[in-house]
Design a protein around this ligand. Structure first.
Ligand code: SF4
Ligand code: MG
Length: 324
């Protein structure tokens, strides 16, 4: 099967402006040449620390921010080349769910109005819209009597259900989920994750699931990509990534996750120093300033993001024989 989403050499650089004239004085390479594909019906997790560029990647895919360079192919069509009208049509197929549902729901609108807003494009009658809102509320585990209420009358978890209902209104194919459970209590997180997984199965949805929390991503994803300083450093099937990580950064991240079983001994890899600024990223491998096994070549040459086995991509000179 063909991928539903293909991201090729995506870049998003933000200008840094300074002085009274606001002249460009530098740039932040928030996303710096990343490529990946997502298959229909798949949940691709993207994980990394805050500021690694994962949200910028999600927003660039939908062109909520304009990519600086690269291709974003949705069902074979490069969305970066579409005009505003075609993009508007395509936005029905590609939706986004945000971290903070409260900030993304208009506090002065009823739930009915919030969920039915995306339906206005169809020329549905008021009655048809009402019926669709009822259906959507039930699909996300709420009831039709919630329709006349306002966002502040709901808990965080319920608000995220409303956000999900709105995203589902136009039967999308792909949903970018940007930290959808990060603002929720741990007990509510798993309810929302289970709901999202069920919805994926029920409606054959595809998700790009962005989060900083490794256990959340592990819970829901089929494959997982790890980002560091605007770059993808590793991407493979979920179990492979968690059981046999290859990139030194992935190994360090995973070593910091507490193990539930106290009998399992785990060596914690402590990384030295802070994440460097994306406005002045290190040369070569961007991780070389903190990598416990960095080599001379790592300072000079940027490692390619390449398969080291079938379906296992890693950007690290350790796995490239000609580099050593
Ligand atoms: Fe470490 Fe070098 Fe691999 Fe980068 S390329 S992760 S610095 S070994
Ligand atoms: Mg973010």
């Amino acid at each position: 099967h063909n991928p539903i989403l293909e991201v090729n050499h995506l870049k998003k650089y933000f200008d840094i402006r300074g002085g009274v004239l606001g002249k460009k004085v530098g740039e932040v390479k928030a996303v710096d040449d990343i490529s990946f594909t997502v298959n229909p019906g798949e949940i691709l997790g993207i994980v990394g620390e805050s500021g690694c560029g994962k949200s910028t990647t999600g927003k660039s895919i939908l062109r909520l921010i304009e990519p600086t360079d690269g291709e974003v192919k949705f069902e074979g069509q490069d969305v970066t080349k579409l005009n505003a009208e075609s993009m508007r049509k395509l936005r029905r197929d590609m939706q986004i769910i945000f971290q903070d549902p409260y900030a993304s729901l208009n506090p002065r609108h009823t739930v009915e109005k919030i969920i039915s807003e995306p339906l206005l494009v169809h020329g549905m009658s008021k009655l048809e819209r009402k019926a669709r809102v009822k259906e959507l509320l039930e699909v996300v585990g709420l009831s039709s009597y919630h329709a006349s209420r306002y966002p502040h009358q709901f808990s965080g978890g319920q608000r995220q259900r409303i956000g999900i209902a709105r995203a589902l209104a136009n039967n999308p194919k792909l949903i970018i989920c940007d930290e959808p459970v990060s603002a929720l209590d741990v007990s509510v997180q798993s309810q929302i994750l289970n709901l999202m997984e069920n919805l994926r199965n029920q409606f054959n949805l595809t998700y790009v699931f962005i989060a900083h929390d490794l256990s959340v991503v592990k819970h829901i994803s089929d494959r997982v990509g790890v980002m560091y300083l605007g770059r993808l450093v590793e991407l493979t099937e979920k179990d492979k990534l968690y059981d046999e990580p290859k990139h030194p950064y992935t190994k360090a991240l995973l070593s910091a996750v507490p193990v539930p079983d106290p009998d399992v001994e785990k060596e914690r890899i402590i990384l030295q120093g802070d994440v460097p600024s994306p406005s002045n990223p290190p040369s070569g491998c961007a991780f070389h300033t903190r990598c416990p096994v960095a080599m001379e070549i790592c300072k000079q040459v940027r490692p390619e993001f390449e398969p080291v086995e079938v379906n296992h991509f890693v950007a690290c000179h350790l796995y490239n024989e000609t580099a050593q």
